[in-house]
Design a protein around this ligand. Sequence first.
Ligand code: 26Y
Length: 820
Amino acid sequence: MNQPPASPSVSVDDFTTDFISRLHNSRGVDLESASDNDLYSALAWTVRKHLIDRWLVTKRVQRENKAKTVAYLSAEYLLGAQLHNMLLASGLGTVARESMASLGLSFDWLAELEVEPGLGNGGLGRLAACFVDSLATLDIPATGYGIRYQHGIFRQTFVDGRQVEQPDNWLELGSPWEFPHPEASIVVHFGGHVEHTTDAEGNDLAAWKPAWNVLAVPYNYLVPGYGTQNVNSLRLWSARATQSFDLQIFNSGDYENAVRAQTYAENISQVLYPEDSTPQGKELRLQQQYFFVAASVQEMIGQVGTSLDELRTLPQRVVFQLNDTHPVIAIPEMMRLLVDVYGMEWDEAWGITRSVFNYTCHTLLPEALEVWSVDLLGRLLPRHLEIIYRINDDFVAEVRESHPGNELLVRRMSIIQEQPFRAVRMAHLATVGSTKVNGVAALHSELLKDKVLVDFSNLWPEKFTNVTNGVTPRRFVKIANPGLSSLIDEAIGTDWVKDLSQLSRLEPFADDAAFREQFRAVKAANKTRLVETLRKRDGIELADDAIFDVMVKRLHEYKRQMLKVLHVVTLYDKILRGELDPESMTPRVVIFGAKAAPGYLMAKEIIALINAVGATINADPRVKGALYVAFPANYNVTLAETLIPAADLSEQISLAGKEASGTGNMKFALNGALTIGTLDGANVEIRELVGDDNFFLFGLTEPEVATLQAKGYVPSAYYEANASLKNAIDLIASGAFSGGNRQTFEGIVSDLLWHDRFLVLADYQAYIEAQNVVESAYADQDAWAKSAILNVARSGFFSSDRSIRDYLDRIWHTPAVPVQ
Ligand code: 26Y
């Protein structure tokens, strides 16, 4: 780690003394008897100690100021490893390293023992983690609320090339980064029925009589800002039974039934749903959503105060950001608390509720729009369903008033869908109950406004806005790419880490031959580091003198890993046919990383195909090392931090109009990879900023996609008309990658030829041509380096600090509260 932000007042000796006493006092061991986990835990405890004072002061200052707080509600936080980030924030990197060395311990080895908290699936969860980092760095009072899943995203293994999921047991050895507070637990209710009575003035009074409850136990995590004293909190709730077990049933000998309620309650935070963009509609998932949201809203209200006068100040004290629809049940929950529990009048409560919630949408896929059946919602949260109905009645009346006689419109906009089954449309509830609705990239927000939620944007145009995503430069440049960071520091100083727009000052260095040379040396070293990591981690042997062509992201058909496979198979096929001479090709290492949702069969087939293609090509001597496919299992944040800095080419090849934003695309550009991509998501903005000379564009645009689909897309026509495409598909169909078995990948092949929902075949030729341009561009290493430097210099916009400033200006209006 290069240069800490502020020189810490902690000496190596102090640190070492602390570390040893941690081993003694917290673990009950000495250096000789300590296990790996003892050593890692003691190191973590020694580091975190130096952030706790800041944390306490931050909390006090925020409380005393009655500061307005951003409450970020997210079902997922894909945090990644904690140690390096805590060292960066505390400035203790060098001290910790030297201290461990003085004890004969390898710091790097200890750091690698950390099991990352994978409490998210992909982009949405990682974005939440970047956002809490930036909020803390910008001194904004903020709390991230979520769920402390006992088991995060599954660990992916491959058996015969097929994905097999293993449970993630990140808490098995305990986590030194969490602070449990069982004394601050909150009771969350479920089920039962609602009783209605009338008060003296004839008003309806509702009383929810729940059937069961669980305790939400908060676990706090430090979220230190960079280059500031501010330390915010992430508060993750864990479910615990309100009664540990029924002693009477236990005494009667029926042990299983005695603990049944306990097991049931504690299931709620057991496991992260590994589905991404394909809702399962499971009862447990709705329980999870209500569980964390009810605890979070109640806690926030508790901080503000529960008298009517205090509740009226809510809009000055808190703003809730809904990270997609997963926490949207918070809206009726707020209404329930204000009206039923604290006796506020409905209209006033609705005014307050609408002014404190905002909603971010992260998708365009119709199948990713969550709905909850009225049946299930009514069973689990009967009072919330009533409240949703009343919100909808008022809303529908408003629509009828502004559009008399337009019942079609009313049906389209209603919060309740009738077909194919009666259900609550969570995106509609979110839109009706929020002040602002935002998409996550310029194109996405336009499509949201003009397609997905067009009726709503016609009714309330001022409600819709855009906040383009960003990524934290701390984790994804400073920590992940120390070589590049030092180079930047030397060129433009160190302020860029907190103000990424400073990267523009690197631009002149793109014309500096010596700088380009150094830049290339950094990339080469990063490749070597990746090669070593993959050798140790996966037993993969890679050459490091090749173009590193990388596609890492969740496996989804719309992201089109299949298009990348067709490119690889095309190269292989041309080598076999003698149309390509492997000796004169630039060697290419194609690296995939992707998890598939366990129930997403087509995605799992594509994983099997990638592994099969890789196994065949990598073993074929005719390829002469010109092409190599690597697919390390279990792609996660930790691997991303080594992989992204080593990439030359970033694959962002989703079908235009499908990827809401992407954030991997930003990480690659910031680390000096060039993008090959479609005009989709934030690729559009990346290309505008880095310049079209420094971006390999291909493929249909969103309007072209719409036109092609409207006139009837026939994928087999592309297959018949394009010899190299036909050859590639035929090679897969022939069993060349499946030991001669033609059935193995029949499903994929026939889907491509007869359905191809995401227009892989339509974009194939353009993609191959763009890859040919890549190949010739890469031949001029110096020019490539220049483009790569310009990618870095022009990507400062993609800092999550800038995203957060946009949220502050456009949505939250929350003042910073600097902590001295
Ligand atoms: C409803 C449930 C099954 C569900 C679970 C997870 C629905 C959606 C998701 C996750 C969505 C997601 O990760 N979306 C991604 O959000 C990123 C951050 O905004 C975007 O960069 C990315 O394009 C988008 O796919």
